[in-house]
Design a protein around this ligand. Structure first.
Ligand SMILES: C[S@@+](CC[C@H](N)C(=O)[O-])C[C@H]1O[C@@H](n2cnc3c(N)ncnc32)[C@H](O)[C@@H]1O
Length: 234
């Protein structure tokens, strides 16, 4: 998969490629991650990417020309690029969207800065995504969140595909509790059932715990799961 991050801070993208699963994904040829500097598409001496808002008001606005030129450059380079604007006004990012995006051959992530972006930039992207209902200072961290969630779902990246099949949200539930050695930690024992070696009972226990946990911590998700299962039984 190709991912282009359009940003005025290309150095930030380097950080992503140096550690953990993402660096392994790059080394293993699963991910081609590139930073495209929006400033390279400016035409004035100061290489400015912002300007004052028409109509007045606080802060500066990201200019449309360099951003749109950068999107066009990224799209020209490879066919089938999907341009995504990172914005708190976009569709809320979910695990389901991460699964869907992990099948795209080329993502172009547009990172806003300043008080906002020129509205006309929206005409040149295919989608708008938010990582949650809060406002950050720039689109880079949201883009990194998206990249991290998407890349680990590309087949071959984690090395153990069943770990993404069973984890939170992928099953429609939160994940069941996990334990490792020691058997007793500060008077807290591992549940007996997990030591029983009884595979079927362990599976059932995990399913029950996942349901209980989802009901307690994420009632909306539980409701969806419950209705989905009721529908299936009909
Ligand atoms: C300070 S924010 C601008 C927010 C804008 N004034 C508004 O109210 O929608 C600057 C940039 O950070 C990014 N950003 C901030 N919060 C975000 C979020 N929750 N999800 C995705 N991108 C976000 C966007 O790229 C945005 O253009």
């Amino acid at each position: 998969m190709y991912i282009d991050v359009l940003t005025i801070f290309p150095e930030m993208v380097k950080l992503l490629s140096q550690w953990g699963i993402l660096s392994r994904a790059i080394q293993g040829g699963h991910l081609n991650l590139r930073a495209i500097n929006i400033r390279d598409f400016t035409t004035d001496k100061r290489r400015s990417t912002d300007d004052a808002p028409y109509g007045g008001g606080p802060g500066m606005v990201m200019k449309p020309e360099p951003v749109v030129k950068a999107i066009e450059y990224a799209k020209r380079e490879r066919e089938k690029g999907t341009a995504i604007l990172m914005t708190p006004q976009g569709r809320r990012f979910t695990q389901e969207m991460a699964h869907l995006l992990s099948t795209h051959p080329h993502l172009i992530l547009v990172c806003g800065r300043y008080e906002g972006i020129d509205e006309r930039i929206r005409h040149f992207v295919d989608e708008e995504i938010s990582i949650g209902d809060y406002v950050l200072t720039g689109g880079e961290l949201p883009a990194f969140v998206l990249i991290d969630a998407v890349v680990r779902l590309i087949p071959g990246v984690l090395g153990n595909e069943s770990s993404t099949r069973e984890e939170s949200f992928s099953t429609g539930l939160l994940e069941y509790p996990q334990y490792t050695r020691p058997q007793i930690f500060r008077d807290l024992p591992v549940p007996e059932i997990l030591l029983s070696g009884h595979h079927k009972k362990i599976q059932e226990w995990r399913r029950q715990m996942a349901i209980q946990r989802t009901q307690e911590r994420h009632p909306d998700l539980y409701k969806r799961y419950f209705h989905h299962h009721l529908d299936k039984e009909k």
